[in-house]
Unconditional design. Sequence first.
Length: 181
Amino acid sequence: MSSLTRKEERNDQTCYDAILTFAAGALHIQSNKNAIIRIHFLAPDFPGAGRPGRQMVVDDAPPVLVEACQQLRAYFSGQLQQFTLPIEIQTGSLFQRQVWEQLRQIPFGATWSYEDLAFRIAKPGQVPHQLARAVGAACAANPVPVMIPCHRVIGKNGRLVGFAGGINLKAYLLNHEMLGI
């Protein structure tokens, strides 16, 4: 399992891009030479979205980006449950990073509530249920969704709430993991 690392100063700040389609949409994956740095959900009407497994990678893509596409294809085909790629987070506060690290602890096919997550990161004297909104905001700011599984966080009442890719995509990802759809 990889861990989240802070961006180090490097002479080469080159960013590499790939597009990968899956049954419910498309992802824009970005990396540097050593790690995945961002994943964005593309609009459902993105050309080719909904035609699973198609990909476009820049010609000079580093091995980590090619492997990311392979692992994401395996995930979406039900053959992979845990990503093993290095992730380099280039943004975020200490609190957000703590949330993102805890997200990686949610097992495949499981869900935690925002309050469950808040309990795991609360410091002595903090009231976890009061942190739930901040946890939600940190989930919304997740720079590497799917690989850092913010889609596995739901409302305390079991409802699907808040997701950068939209509630329908969140439902798709959870159904994919829980039901193999």
